[in-house]
Design a protein. Structure first.
Length: 253
């Protein structure tokens, strides 16, 4: 497959143009390559030297990430930023990044992945950012405790950044916003949800959650955003003759 064809496939599926002017990230091809033929695509959460090196070791032609290296403003090509770009060019590794469209996609998005893992039904858009709902909310098929939800999504409460068990013990309604959205708990409170799940923690949410009687899981930015790249990797492999792989570089945050 040619790079231009793969770009068109990603753009059509993920509807990159829909969030132009809303998403601060530069979505799409961030660094091209000399040989525009693509046979193997690596997927990772973050663009960093470790994922670059591992993609090259696995003989990938393109690395698809959720967090790229360009965020809608000019950046000097010096220091670590220069070294990253030099490595990509010298190793002919293309870099492709998709931020908010991968959080909110109803099929392969981060939040859709968590919702599917929990078996949520009556799923609806949730979690407003700059006027756009990027998360989702829904109802569990049966009541679960906060520890059971944490186990399903993150491998246990001890793997998360924090669990605030301040709401109903028997949880049915859940709101999900992957990544850095601790203050969107206010939307969950207003919607009378039993549980709110996001990535990043915020100190000020503690007493707010306690006083309003809502459960909160801070799953970690990284762990809430592996869902999209994993699902997209599988979908691309099933929809084309390309080889795909996922590069796991957890940060613990």
């Amino acid at each position: 497959m040619q790079l231009v064809e793969l770009d068109a496939w990603f753009r059509d599926l993920l509807r990159l143009d829909d969030l132009a002017g809303i998403d601060p990230a530069l979505n799409g091809i961030q660094v091209s390559r000399r040989d525009t033929g693509i046979t193997r695509v690596a997927f990772a959460v973050d663009a960093c030297m470790e994922t670059f090196r591992r993609a090259v070791e696995q003989r990938a032609d393109l690395l698809f990430v959720h967090h790229g290296i360009f965020w809608g403003h000019e950046t000097r090509l010096t220091g670590a930023h220069y070294e990253r770009i030099r490595f990509l060019i010298e190793n002919d590794l293309a870099l492709y990044a998709v931020h908010l469209p991968l959080d909110m996609h109803p099929e392969v998005g981060n939040n859709a992945g968590m919702a599917a893992a929990l078996g949520l039904h009556e799923v609806r858009p949730f979690g407003t950012y700059r006027g756009q709902q990027i998360g989702c909310a829904g109802i569990l098929p049966e009541s679960r405790t906060i520890d059971q939800v944490a186990q399903t999504l993150f491998g246990g409460s001890e793997q998360t950044l924090g669990v605030l068990p301040f709401g109903p013990r028997e949880i049915r309604s859940v709101g999900l916003v992957s990544g850095g959205a601790p203050h969107e708990v206010e939307e969950a409170i207003a919607g009378r949800l039993d549980l709110y799940v996001t990535g990043d923690a915020a100190h000020t949410v503690y007493h707010r959650a306690m006083e309003t009687g809502i459960n909160v899981i801070f799953g970690g930015h990284y762990l809430t955003e592996t869902w999209g790249v994993r699902q997209l990797s599988r979908k691309l492999a099933a929809s084309s003759d390309l080889d795909t792989l996922f590069i796991d570089v957890p940060t613990g945050l």
